[in-house]
Design a protein around this ligand. Structure first.
Ligand SMILES: NC(=O)c1ccc[n+]([C@@H]2O[C@H](COP(=O)([O-])OP(=O)(O)OC[C@H]3O[C@@H](n4cnc5c(N)ncnc54)[C@H](O)[C@@H]3O)[C@@H](O)[C@H]2O)c1
Length: 380
């Protein structure tokens, strides 16, 4: 039986990092089929990836513009495109597919310029198209539990937020090691491909999105440092934020934090309790009620079955991980797409949208702008 949804992909050849994660995540739920692609600007990689996924040669395109035009003209054309290219292509590829009436899922950061992001928000709205952003970490079950607990008042009024994202994969940028192999994702260090930021754009935006998702807080202004260590772009950044309700938060992101691999940690402190979630132990959420002992809540236990628990796929104690977080974002996006086809209202769908992507771009500009202006306050 044919799948309900057809999709295509731009970027994400077999040698790339995240494209394969997208495809595997989509495959967890069996409703969408990969039928078209422009997986790489390197022709051999493009064909090789298509063959690995049994994509018919007639729907493997050398150029994403040709793909958008031809797919939109087919009766059995793709319902959505997934964009997993380096940052510099996100805006132009997304715009091309939206203009041809095709729904989009795009990697973060959404684009380089705020005006470009605003244009994409408007285009998606005007065309009535869905536009998801793969802010991965909002897909975890315990992230959703955290969001629900905060909304239910379990920690009371929020008093402070502390969040960090620590990696060390660019540690050699501090003191070069002779003969060390360049990482394949080296484009992240080059403004031409990455934009005005490396570290803040790549991982700081995850913090910004995550905190907003779980707390609902919106950043009003921020001040920041951004350390480049003599390189073109930032590798480490410290950020103080002020939310619209006057509460403060402190964020830190780093690619030179020796000994840290993918350490996204978010702590929210309220008047009645606190919550802490760590990406490297995603099935757990530390909850400390005022006057009580810290408790380690775990995914899939009875107390979370009803709502967030729906994101949990296998019994607790069996680690799920990043693929399922990604799969949850895609499951919700694809459900919304099916509902929309059936004329249902999808305004309450739970996946990051192009507006969240735009917030991320504003965040990047504010952080880099502040750092370049003696760490002065920048309004978002
Ligand atoms: N959500 C997350 O957690 C997460 C994780 C990693 C990366 N990302 C984002 O995903 C994007 C890709 O990152 P990556 O690490 O996979 O990069 P990568 O360098 O591993 O892969 C980039 C892919 O884009 C393809 N490409 C380049 N130019 C192209 C063109 N003109 N047409 C078609 N394909 C083209 C390359 O062939 C390659 O397949 C980035 O924007 C990054 O910020 C997000």
């Amino acid at each position: 039986m044919a799948k309900q949804i057809r999709y295509g992909m731009v970027g994400g050849d077999l040698h790339a990092f995240i494209g394969e994660v997208h495809r595997k995540a989509i495959n967890f739920d069996t409703r969408a089929e990969l039928v078209a692609g422009c997986f790489s600007n390197i022709p051999e990689y493009n064909v090789e990836t298509a063959e690995a996924y049994c994509v018919n040669g007639s729907r493997v395109y050398d150029d994403y513009k040709e793909m958008a035009a031809k797919e939109s003209a087919r009766e059995d054309g793709i319902d959505f495109v997934s964009i997993a290219t380096p940052n510099f292509l996100h805006y132009e590829v997304a715009k091309e597919f939206l203009s041809h009436g095709i729904n989009v899922v795009c990697e973060k950061p959404l684009c380089f310029e705020i005006e470009q992001g605003e244009e994409l928000v408007k285009l998606a709205k005007d065309k009535g198209l869905l536009f998801g952003i793969t802010y991965t970490y909002t897909g975890y079950t315990m992230t959703k539990v955290m969001k629900e607990m905060i909304a239910e008042g379990k920690i009371g009024k929020i008093a402070s937020v502390s969040a960090e994202y620590a990696q060390d994969w660019l540690i050699n940028e501090l003191s070069p090691v002779e003969g060390a192999q360049e990482n394949l994702s080296v484009w992240r260090k080059d403004p031409k491909y990455s934009g005005i930021s490396n570290c803040v754009g790549d991982i700081g935006t995850h913090i910004e999105n995550y905190v907003h998702y779980v707390t609902g807080l919106k950043i009003k202004r921020l001040l920041a440092t951004a350390n480049t260590y003599g390189h073109a772009l930032d590798l480490n950044s410290n950020i103080i934020v002020e939310y619209e309700n006057g509460v403060n938060g402190a964020y830190w992101c780093s690619q030179i934090a020796m000994g840290h691999l993918n350490g996204l940690v978010v702590r929210v402190f309220g008047e009645l309790g606190s919550l802490e979630w760590q990406q490297e132990h995603p099935d757990y959420l530390r909850f400390t009620p005022k006057g009580g002992a810290p408790q380690m809540l775990s995914r899939g236990d009875g107390y979370i079955k009803e709502k967030a628990g729906a994101s949990s796929r296998i019994p607790v104690g069996h680690p799920e991980g990043l693929y399922i977080a990604f799969a949850n974002i895609y499951r919700n996006f694809i459900s919304a797409l099916i509902d929309k086809k059936n004329g249902k209202d999808v305004s309450g769908a739970d996946f990051p949208t192009v507006s969240d992507g735009l917030s991320g771009v504003k965040f990047i500009h504010a952080v880099i702008g502040s750092a370049k202006n003696n760490s002065s306050w920048m309004e978002l």
